[in-house]
Design a protein around this ligand. Structure first.
Ligand SMILES: CC(C)(COP(=O)(O)OP(=O)(O)OC[C@H]1O[C@@H](n2cnc3c(N)ncnc32)[C@H](O)[C@@H]1OP(=O)(O)O)[C@@H](O)C(=O)NCCC(=O)NCCS
Length: 144
């Protein structure tokens, strides 16, 4: 298992495919909905297994000099619950520190709140309902 910054067109195909499969397809969202306009200025992380297949993706974006935001966190269903999400999150937290951020915020799906709490995040507020069914919570963690 290794984490890379996707670089080539082939890397990005794997990256966006996993994002789509985990975070968009189960809610019948159209291809392309997995992409965000500000992806071009984000820091991306792609976790690959020994065969080179994508098993995890996530991105980090600086909202201000102090605040970094995590979005699009997804682990392949066959690889969930094995500690990989935690490793991927820590990888991007370290990138955030290197970029000078002092805290991280994110919008967690209800089903992922416990995961983020186990990674040191605190619920700040209940926020939006995505696709009419997925409750989100704003969460935050100080970087020390
Ligand atoms: C949420 C997700 C990213 C977590 O990744 P993961 O690799 O399965 O999680 P890990 O195995 O690294 O778990 C880390 C810790 O969180 C806990 N945890 C993970 N998912 C959990 C869940 N759904 N409920 C309760 N605890 C959970 C683990 O028990 C583990 O605890 P520990 O450190 O005390 O052992 C992954 O399950 C996923 O991609 N889910 C679907 C997409 C999604 O919801 N993404 C988040 C969008 S905001």
């Amino acid at each position: 298992m290794k984490i890379i910054a996707p670089h080539t067109a082939a890397d990005f195909r794997k990256y966006y495919r996993l994002r789509y499969d985990v975070l968009r397809a189960p809610w019948q969202q159209p291809p392309g909905s997995e992409k965000a306009d500000d992806d071009v200025t984000a820091t991306h992380a792609l976790m690959l297994n020994d065969a080179g297949a994508a098993v995890g993706v996530c991105r980090l974006h600086l909202a201000s000099t102090a605040e970094a935001q995590i979005r699009f966190m997804a682990i392949h269903p066959d690889y969930q619950g094995q500690g990989l999400g935690k490793i991927l999150l820590h990888y991007l937290e370290e990138k955030a520190r290197l970029q000078g951020a002092r805290f991280i915020t994110l919008q967690a799906r209800e089903a992922a709140v416990t995961f983020y709490q186990n990674c040191g995040y605190t619920v700040m507020a209940q926020t939006h309902l995505l696709y009419g069914s997925i409750q989100h919570y704003q969460m935050r963690k100080a970087l020390i």
